[in-house]
Write a protein that binds this ligand. Structure first.
Ligand code: HEM
Ligand code: HEM
Length: 212
């Protein structure tokens, strides 16, 4: 069987993926620390500034996360054919029809025969959901960071209510990202083993292998 290499993911998409994934790992670790500091907080301002440092790293990673979300927003509309929402959102009859087939494939009830060059629709739908939750995390985060800003107050109060409620939702959303990451890494490894298109390397090289 022969294959040809096809360019699927632009450099911007790959940059988005790794800045998004990397910043989330840092945000989860520092966020958990902000919630339940695991150092003796009595050393604050005596032998160091652990909470201040963790919060600083959280905000820095928060800005990288924000830049990543903006990159993805741009690509949803102006990316290449495979990066645009229209390719993988369940909005066309063909895409909607492929969802049950994809679920059956994951349940080992059907052999996967078709080759997706972009995201399969089930994965694409979960990425869109992740994008919306990322917007929620970003708005609640900036609302917590700049409580005195009239702009962020408007966004925060409109979507989340008072500060403490925004903080609780910010915390709950973190768990979505943790579960997403675990399932996502399992599924990309699964698809890489079952498929022949070189899925995992594509998020580094931008290229997949297409059967000819
Ligand atoms: C996936 C992304 C993110 C995760 C997982 C995350 C996680 C967390 C967690 C767990 C907390 C502690 C809240 C608590 O449980 O009491 C927190 C606090 C906070 N986060 Fe995030 N966060 C994320 C993104 C952001 C972003 C984009 C910003 C904006 C810069 C931000 C700003 C803040 C602020 C200001 C606080 C409050 C700090 C404090 O009360 O001292 N976060 N975050
Ligand atoms: C070792 C770690 C990781 C590997 C090897 C990996 C690999 C991949 C691959 C191969 C794809 C394309 C899959 C497809 O076509 O459906 C992808 C997409 C994606 N990954 Fe990861 N990933 C990793 C970690 C993460 C983490 C930690 C997150 C965030 C919590 C994440 C978020 C995403 C998102 C949102 C997409 C969709 C990209 C888009 O919007 O087009 N990844 N990843």
């Amino acid at each position: 069987m022969s294959y040809e290499r096809i360019k699927i993911w632009s450099i911007l998409l790959r940059l988005y993926h790794w800045s998004f994934a990397g910043s989330i790992v840092v945000l989860v670790v520092t966020g958990l620390y902000i919630n339940t500091p695991w150092t003796n907080s009595l050393i604050e301002n005596h032998n160091g500034f652990p909470m201040a440092t963790m919060r600083y790293i959280h905000f820095l990673a928060g800005f990288i996360f924000t830049a990543a979300v903006i990159m993805r927003l741009f690509l949803l509309f102006f990316g290449n054919k495979f990066e645009r929402a229209s390719d993988f959102a369940p909005v066309t009859a063909r895409n909607i029809k492929s969802i049950p087939a994809q679920i059956m494939t994951y349940l080992y009830l059907r052999k996967s025969d078709e080759q997706h060059l972009g995201h399969n629709v089930l994965a694409g739908t979960s990425y869109l959901l992740t994008f919306f939750f990322a917007l929620g995390q970003l708005i609640s985060g900036f609302y917590l960071l700049y409580p005195e800003s009239a702009n962020w107050q408007w966004w925060g109060l409109t979507f989340f209510g008072p500060q403490q409620q925004a903080r609780n939702i910010h915390h709950l959303l973190m768990w979505y990202f943790i579960f997403f990451a675990v399932i996502h890494i399992y599924l990309v490894i699964w698809n890489d083993i079952k498929g022949k298109d070189g899925l995992i390397s594509s998020i580094f090289t931008g290229e997949k292998f297409k059967k000819i």
